[in-house]
Design a protein around this ligand. Structure first.
Ligand SMILES: Nc1ncnc2c1ncn2[C@@H]1O[C@H](COP(=O)(O)OP(=O)(O)OP(=O)(O)O)[C@@H](O)[C@H]1O
Length: 658
């Protein structure tokens, strides 16, 4: 236990910008009553047009003058837009050409395919065997008609060219392409394109948005309004929608899947935010691409030179669908991480473990029910670890150690007459926060040995429940999120829940809480390509769709060795036989032999000088080496002989302190 004030924990110390201001849990969707940041913008929107920027979404019904002002602003913006376009006709031509060339070519291709099918009477292919004569005759006659039509077209083209030159020909060709392109677009938006019903795309109009919401059964088309313009925000479009009277924001969140389907995107691409002060409005945010895929999310710890502070910093968990940082504090918290095998639990956990490791004053206790190598990097930093010692005994021993420490802290709190350990108390009394991280808890909570499993769950629940005030954070991780693995009484007191990809909505609810999936927060909606995707529920907030930060192996070992250095400098490395002070204490204890009281200096030196590294040591050197460790020679009575020596108690207490 270290009593030094933790100056590296100073909240004002110089950290890179991105490590703290971002460190907020941003509800996704935002908690009702919480105005989205981007609603601060005052730019009046234009209904039915796409503008780059952020819409102004008033939370109350607009007043008459307000509506008039909106319309005036809309009209002004429209006029400005037209003026801008008039100044740059090349942009208009470019856009038209691009559109016509693209859709015109697709439409022409579709036309050629259709003409070929018609000319070959493809619809009668099945009857070729039973009635070949009829089919072949029809083919011949259609092909004759087709050839005549083609010939006439070529002739007409030649006449136009000869009479009016290439200009009119080009114009006619462009008009033709435009008409075909328009038809192609219509076919696509009506769902008759080759690829099925098309998505709304990246720049939908408000009418298309209303159609989609009506199709998602949020109400009748004429009762759904889009307030202001459909706008763009980085890689998404945003629309503020007024639902039919009596339909609430919550109803809309439950239909997120249907809305996504009607828009033609994946559910994870859609976010619904409440509109401050109006429960019948919803702010619809639709990403162009799946935000849970693509490049990994990096953890800012990698580029941060300083360590972390349990009391003032937040764990960087990842980013939400909109790319905003998602982070949480560990103070007075505990957490549950669950998800199917390969769902990303270890990756998510690494963000917490690295954060904790980098605060040299957090004592780490680690247990992995897989007895694998996931935690090995951190083992040299831990105060308690079960490593590959299997069964309930090692883990129960570790839990008992933590509970003893917790009881000791409660005694201190009673003495101080204060309800919980604060940063000031921790620094004053040398109390280090504890992180107890238990991976694959099903190994001990649902092993089949009912008695042992129950004892484990009770012990963990005790630490979670009382540890909050004693600066003890418990984390439980499982790949089997089911009630028998994480009993409700345990889950309900774990304040942070992180549901990575799950196989069923029930499994997701086991982590996030009953009913969450039906509210639209289900980690079962993620697929295997969405690596690290999950829902993170922090105390008192709605679950946030989050992609966890991914630390690769190089980064992990770099962070672990940085944590080692920080702990070495702070003197908080765990007892290790390799450290000179500890090595000496262990050697002297060994030299005592078996006597419970201790040993005389002469006898100790006899045994010590036989060991490696202590050749030639005398009483003076031994006393000088033990002095900084707080161990001094005393008179020790052994078997009636009272001589200068060292007491066993003094040596073991020094080991504890080390
Ligand atoms: N946030 C992420 N970004 C990118 N890839 C990720 C992310 N999270 C997980 N992955 C990928 O998924 C793989 C599996 O993740 P991880 O090992 O964390 O799963 P797990 O849930 O711990 O599995 P198990 O239950 O078998 O231990 C990782 O090796 C990595 O390739």
């Amino acid at each position: 236990m270290t009593a030094e004030p933790n100056f590296s924990n100073d909240p004002d110390r110089d950290l890179p910008d991105h490590t703290r201001p971002d460190a907020q849990i941003v509800p996704f969707p935002k908690a009702p009553g919480h105005a989205p940041d981007d609603e601060q913008d005052d730019t009046p929107p234009i209904e039915g047009r796409i503008v780059e920027g952020v819409p102004n979404v008033p939370g109350r019904k607009p007043s008459g003058p307000q509506m008039f002002a909106d319309w005036r602003a809309s009209a002004e913006q429209l006029v400005n837009g037209v003026v801008e376009l008039a100044k740059r006709p090349d942009l208009v031509i470019n856009a038209v050409l691009k559109h016509e060339l693209y859709y015109g070519t697709l439409g022409t291709g579709r036309g050629i395919r259709a003409a070929w099918s018609w000319a070959t009477a493809a619809e009668l292919n099945a009857q070729l065997g039973s009635n070949p004569k009829m089919v072949l005759e029809l083919r011949k006659s259609r092909q004759r008609m087709g050839a005549a039509g083609l010939g006439l077209s070529v002739l007409a083209t030649a006449v136009i060219w000869a009479a009016f030159g290439p200009f009119l020909f080009t114009l006619a060709a462009l008009l033709g392409l435009g008409a075909v392109g328009a038809a192609e677009r219509k076919l696509r938006s009506a769902g008759k394109g080759d690829g099925g019903r098309g998505a709304l795309g990246t720049h939908p109009g408000s009418k298309a948005v209303r159609f989609a919401l009506a199709a998602a059964k949020l109400g009748k088309l004429d009762q759904i309004r889009v307030i202001g313009a459909v706008t763009r925000d980085a890689n998404a479009w945003i629309a503020t929608v007024e639902l039919p009277p009596g339909t609430t924001y919550k109803t809309a969140t439950k239909k997120r899947g249907e809305i996504a389907s009607a828009i033609g995107v994946a559910e994870v691409q859609v976010a619904l935010d409440p509109v401050n002060g109006h429960n019948g409005r919803v702010k619809l945010w639709v990403a162009d691409e799946d935000p849970m895929q693509g490049d990994r999310v990096e953890n800012p710890l990698v580029s941060q030179a300083a360590g972390t502070s349990f009391w003032t910093d937040k764990v960087f968990a990842g980013r939400d669908a909109r790319g905003r940082a998602v982070a949480f504090s560990l103070v007075e918290r505990s957490y549950l991480i669950g998800g199917e095998p390969g769902g990303g639990k270890s990756v998510a956990s690494n963000n917490i473990l690295c954060f904790a490791a980098l605060d040299p004053y957090i004592d780490l206790y680690l247990g992995d029910g897989k007895y694998g190598f996931d935690q090995m990097l951190f083992e040299p930093l831990t105060k308690g670890v079960i490593g590959d010692r299997q069964g309930h005994d090692p883990v129960m021993e570790m839990l008992e150690t933590v509970r003893e420490e917790m009881n000791r802290r409660y005694k201190l709190l009673r003495k101080l007459g204060t309800p919980k350990i604060t940063r000031e108390i921790a620094v004053k009394y040398g109390i280090n926060p504890i992180l107890l991280h238990l991976d694959e808890i099903q190994t001990w909570s649902a092993s089949g040995d009912t008695k042992a499993d129950k004892a484990f769950v009770l012990s963990v629940a005790d630490i979670v429940g009382r540890g909050r005030a004693a600066a003890i954070v418990t984390g439980a991780v499982t790949q089997r999120p089911a009630a028998e693995v994480v009993p409700t009484r345990l889950r309900d007191i774990l304040s942070i829940r992180w549901a990575l990809r799950c196989t069923t909505p029930d499994a997701s609810d086991t982590i996030l809480g009953a009913g969450r999936a039906s509210q639209g927060y289900s980690a079962a909606t993620f697929n295997a390509d969405q690596r690290g995707a999950g829902y993170l529920l922090s105390e008192g907030a709605l679950p946030i769709q989050t992609r966890s930060a991914f630390l690769n192996e190089t980064e992990l070992s770099g962070l672990a060795s940085r944590a080692y250095d920080l702990r070495q400098a702070a003197g908080t490395l765990p007892v290790s036989a390799e450290r000179p002070g500890v090595k000496l204490l262990l050697a002297v204890v060994e030299a005592l032999g078996g006597h419970p009281k201790g040993g005389h200096t002469a006898d100790i030196l006899d045994a010590l000088t036989q060991m490696d590294g202590y050749d030639g040591w005398d009483a003076g050197k031994l006393a000088a080496a033990l002095k900084p460790l707080g161990v001094f020679p005393r008179q020790v009575d052994i078997d009636g002989r009272n001589r200068n020596g060292y007491r066993r108690d003094d040596l073991t207490q020094a080991l504890d302190r080390a």
